[in-house]
Design a protein around this ligand. Sequence first.
Ligand code: SF4
Ligand code: SF4
Length: 240
Amino acid sequence: MDYAIENAPERETTTALLEAVGVEPVACKAVWYGFPQAEFVAPDHFGDLIEVTASSMRVFEETDCMASALLEIVDELRRLTECTCTFGHEGAFQLIAILGDGCQKKGSPADVALVRELADAAAAYASCEEGRAMGRAVLQALELFGEELTAHFEKRQCPTSGCAAFKTVHILVSRCTGCGACLEACEDGAIMGKPRFVHVVDQGKCTQCKRCQEACPEQAVVLAGAKKPKTPPRPIPVKR
Ligand code: SF4
Ligand code: SF4
């Protein structure tokens, strides 16, 4: 979530800035300060005095995905400048494409080195400060959230389940009445079921379009991240 930084002294701690906007520092995974400050601060440095030049800060919680967060930040920094140099402008487009693939389950292990290479080049050679800040932001994110970021490329996993593409769709046994509305709504043939049977999603066919969720009158269709609800492999008679 974004917060405006108002009436802050030139030097302040992140803890004090968080408390000023009513956020508990212990609940935060990291803070991003907007351009021109353009830096992440991790919890073990929340007590450090920093030069405050940003007018806003973005606060991340444990459940926020830092790969999608970084993608958003790179895109925001790119939009701040009209510079069209190779390392900043072109580098940003490549970084956005690669990070976007990672968040869409399409990343590959080799992408991690490419991200680092593009960020290194932008930080050193981009013509504008926004481009160099973008490169530094990516390098800093790799240092602070490296494991979380690389999991998207090396394991095709989102550790926080914050990326929509990594979520799976499930039908809760306790709520399903076997009405069949979801089965009718699914255009991918990804739902198994018959009247008065608890319906089941075929994960191999599901495209996470959520049509079934919109169609279900019982709120029995849920999206799940790392923690999946227990569901039967095949339709079973409804008990309610
Ligand atoms: S999310 Fe879409 S594809 Fe998946 S089961 Fe529901 S309707 Fe079918
Ligand atoms: S999941 Fe919802 S829409 Fe589908 S059969 Fe069960 S109750 Fe009906």
